[in-house]
Design a protein around this ligand. Structure first.
Ligand code: IPD
Ligand code: CA
Length: 275
């Protein structure tokens, strides 16, 4: 049976915009109360928790049979389990480190998966008013205007986004640095926004050509998956194989050919649960 995602999309948009108000208000606070999660650069603020509570509270009232995977709920012990049931995957603030420092690139990332496929996705940066939206089969949009990937297929002309992530694992950092060193002289440039969801959105809108990361979580990339594929891009494992959303590895690109060139060059890293 065809899924009518409109009702889900409208509800997600309403509550995401409402929650965005909290981020907009709180980003300018200078000394935010910050707690540490898995390590000293994996942070959470009161606002992360409030946004997640607002989204899950309202969506679960509207859709009582839906399930939720939320970054902060998982941090507090809820199981991270993706089944075929309708499941909202939520990162209440992607780019928490940016939020803490008032660097204006943080967003809410929210997606609804049904039968393990993304149907609806929103990535919303309320600080600079970038609202990325997508519904399966209906394209991807930035502030209501259709977006497309660049289609770049030459690595030497590509702008690549990559991140160091939120782990201090020495082996992992060595691999990330080695990849950066290796790519620097072979591409147009390297960037990092500090938010996986916004990094993917940059590829979706054609402002960057590819993004990869080792150590991300499903809530960082769930909305980005639909955004970039609806914009004509590809998503896969950094080795070039199919994406495993729980493997904590991702590569997105503006074309298959670019993804292949990048995956063949990348030094691979397989995160452990503590990375
Ligand atoms: C992090 C950001 C960052 C990425 C990390 C993520 P958070 O999410 O997306 O860009 O490099 O891997 O954990 O902690 O800000 O929600
Ligand atoms: Ca995140």
């Amino acid at each position: 049976m065809a899924i009518n995602a409109d009702i889900f999309y409208k509800a997600a948009l309403k509550y995401t915009q409402e929650a965005g108000q909290l981020i907009r208000e709180k980003i300018s606070v200078v000394n935010k109360t910050v707690e540490i999660k898995s390590c000293e650069i994996d942070l959470v603020t009161e606002t992360d928790q409030q946004v997640e509570k607002l989204l899950i509270g309202n969506l679960s009232k509207e859709f009582p049979d839906h399930l939720f995977i939320g970054e902060e709920s998982v941090a507090n012990g809820t199981k991270c389990n993706l089944t075929d049931d309708p499941t909202w995957i939520i990162d209440p603030i992607d780019g928490t480190m940016n939020f803490v420092h008032r660097f204006p690139h943080s967003c809410i990332s929210i997606a609804l998966f049904i039968n393990k496929k993304p149907e609806v996705a929103i990535i919303y940066n309320p600080i600079i008013e970038q609202l990325f939206t997508a519904k399966r089969g209906h394209g991807a949009y930035l502030n209501g205007k259709k977006i497309r990937v660049s289609g770049e297929n030459d690595l030497s002309k590509a702008l690549i986004v990559m991140e160091y992530g939120t782990s201090r694992d020495v082996e992992k950092l060595k691999v990330v640095a080695a990849n950066q060193d290796m790519l620097m002289s072979q591409v147009h440039g390297i960037r990092a926004l500090g938010s996986a969801a916004l990094d993917i959105a940059m590829v979706a809108m054609g402002a960057a050509d590819a993004y990869f990361e080792f150590g991300i979580h499903i809530w960082d990339i769930a909305a980005g998956e639909l955004m970039v594929t609806e914009a004509g891009g590809v998503i896969m494992d950094p080795s070039g194989g199919p994406i495993d959303r729980l493997s904590r590895r991702i590569l997105v690109a503006s074309s298959n050919s670019l993804a292949k060139q990048l995956s063949e060059k990348l030094i691979q890293y397989y995160p452990t649960p503590t990375d």
